[in-house]
Design a protein around this ligand. Structure first.
Ligand code: AMP
Length: 553
């Protein structure tokens, strides 16, 4: 029997409509490229998004067309986040930190008709222009006429100014005329390519439905739970998985959005947080370590921040301990991936955790968290058999749910799923009796020693607890007897020297003897991907034969 409920589709335009009507004055604060502060609000953003939809229509953008962005977090980028999906087109955010060849590949693969670009990336556009001409018809610089960079583009690719286009499109009544179209909630809304530590980047094509449901999910009290009185700072870039969904979740809650632009160093973030009275901030551990160093060095305090959410890679214990003890700030840990829109798990306590002592709370906080309602997860062994939730057994983590992708852009529907409809995350994890998941590795990084698995992440976490170690990576090195053995690669802290024996000694009472790395390599720095993850593939290529004298070149 069909229900009698109203059949309103879940559309992104309705989120902005809600924010404009119920939280009109909710602030959108942006630090511009030049460093100045720009202020607007949800009502004005909604008006300008409607105007932008007309501008994009004037550039020939229609339903299903891709509008690419190469931009930091700012108000113009936010307008595109709403205008492109709102009109039935697709907002395709591109990571400018990728190699130019990869960016050109992504633009062509996505078929971006228009690229909206921060002036700071003008040089990048010039580099890739010959490779994207014929696909991209226009490059719109996200700035005013006075700051337009001089740029020579090939014939057939127009250079346009965002503010000039918006000014020419008229103001006031003309903005109110535009009505967002209503269409199927399964229509594609946005596109984001995975950072790709191996092979070519792959596109994940979100829908209005998946985006809205993900927004509701992260707004639950045991996840981010944004409120109208919050002032949220997404340090995570808007070119990385829709800034973890925050630009949409903030509109649902009516929270103020503080957008930091390209200024992501500790000093800039601390100033912005205090000036703009930020209550909650989200980003990767590297950013928070930078902020921590700045605060410790200067003695500066964060006056209003209550919660820092960290995700994207494992949370170092120091983050939770130092921010909690020295600054009274709660560090919360979440896990996700581009393919999951991105949030899959979040770490907030259950009643069973009430009696934990300080060490127990820290241990719990380092885990990646419980499945957010809507996400179903399981761990399986090499044969696909489900493993127990005992916090010990670790296996391949699989997920399914309404905001998990079924296939990559351009591939056949459901081609990324197994026969039962599960998506293999590529992460290896344990799940404990309370359902709290902990990543122990990427499946390609796990070390397979004599048929047993060793977690590289567990070994890295121990290594960085040594006072001389700034950063650590553990990789599988080929071993004549055991197939693979762990090799520890470390970077010393500034002004310190590393004694390999002393570093290895700290493993003694922490892991089984056979888990202790066979050797230590000291480097000045580790290679990182465009999203700040350690590039273990590069280390593996370089050091895979380190333990096997016969194979060393
Ligand atoms: P991306 O799609 O670029 O966001 O990368 C997703 C991958 O980042 C996941 O599959 C994990 O390997 C890793 N990741 C994300 N969040 C965490 C976390 N909290 N702890 C450890 N690894 C994480």
């Amino acid at each position: 029997m069909q229900s009698l409920m109203q059949p309103h589709p879940l559309l992104i335009s309705s989120l902005l409509g809600h924010a404009a009507r119920h939280h009109a004055e909710g602030e959108i604060v942006s630090r511009t490229e030049e460093g100045a502060i720009h202020r607007t609000n949800w009502a004005e953003t909604a008006r300008r998004a409607r105007r932008l939809a007309r501008v994009l229509g004037g550039l020939g953008i229609g339903p299903g067309d891709r509008v690419g962005t190469l931009a930091w977090n700012g108000f113009r980028h936010l307008e595109i986040y709403y205008a492109a999906p709102g009109m039935g087109a697709i907002c395709h955010t591109i990571n400018p930190r990728l190699h130019p060849d990869d960016i050109a590949y992504i633009v062509n693969h996505a078929g971006d008709a228009v690229l909206c670009v921060d002036p700071g990336f003008a040089g990048l556009i010039e580099t890739i222009a010959p490779a994207i001409v014929g696909v991209v018809r226009a490059v719109v610089m996200l700035t005013d006429a006075a700051r337009m960079p001089p740029l020579a583009l090939p014939a057939g690719m127009a250079l346009l100014c965002y503010d000039s286009l918006m000014d020419a499109a008229g103001t006031g009544a003309a903005d109110e005329d535009f009505v967002w179209p209503v269409f199927d909630e399964n229509t594609a809304s946005s596109l984001c390519y995975t950072s790709g530590t191996t092979g070519r980047p792959k596109g994940v094509l979100y829908s209005h439905r998946s985006t809205v449901l993900h927004g509701y999910a992260i707004n639950m009290a045991d996840v981010l739970g944004l409120r109208a009185i919050d002032r949220v700072l997404p340090v995570v870039p808007m070119f990385h998985v829709n800034a973890w969904g925050i630009p949409y979740a903030a509109a649902m809650a009516g929270a103020a959005l503080i957008l930091p632009g390209r200024h992501l160093d500790g000093a800039s973030l601390a100033t912005l947080m205090n000036q703009e009275r930020v209550s909650i901030a989200t980003g990767v551990p590297t950013v928070w370590m930078g902020l921590l160093s700045h605060l410790r060095a200067t003695g500066e305090r964060l006056e209003t921040v209550k919660t820092i959410m960290t995700g994207g890679s494992a949370c170092p214990p120091l983050l939770i301990e130092a921010f909690g003890k020295e600054f009274g700030i709660q560090v919360e840990h979440g896990w996700g991936m581009t393919e999951l829109s991105p949030v899959g798990t979040y770490n907030k306590p259950k009643p069973a955790h009430a009696g934990l002592d300080e060490a127990g709370r820290l241990r719990l906080g380092l885990k990646q968290g419980r499945a957010v309602c809507g996400i179903d997860m399981k761990i399986v062994d090499g044969t696909g058999k489900e493993l127990p939730w005992d916090g010990v057994a670790f296996g391949d983590l699989k997920v399914r749910g309404p905001w998990v992708t079924g296939a990559y852009h351009g591939d056949a529907a459901a081609s990324a799923l197994d026969e039962d409809g599960w998506f293999a995350t590529g992460d290896v994890a344990t799940i404990d009796a309370e359902g709290v998941m902990e990543i122990t590795d990427r499946s390609k990084d796990v070390i397979k020693s004599g048929g047993e698995w060793i977690s590289s992440i567990a070994l890295e976490n121990i290594a960085v607890s040594h006072p001389d170690v700034a950063e650590a990576a553990v990789i599988a090195a080929v071993h004549p007897k055991w197939d693979e053995r762990p090799l520890l690669v470390v970077v010393p802290r500034a002004g310190r020297t590393i004694d390999p024996a002393a570093v290895l000694a700290i493993y003694a009472d922490k892991v089984a003897r056979w888990w202790v790395p066979d050797a230590v390599v000291v480097l000045d720095e580790l290679p990182h991907t465009a999203t700040g993850k350690i590039q273990k593939t590069v280390l593996r290529t370089r050091f895979r034969d380190h333990l096997d004298p016969d194979r060393q070149g």
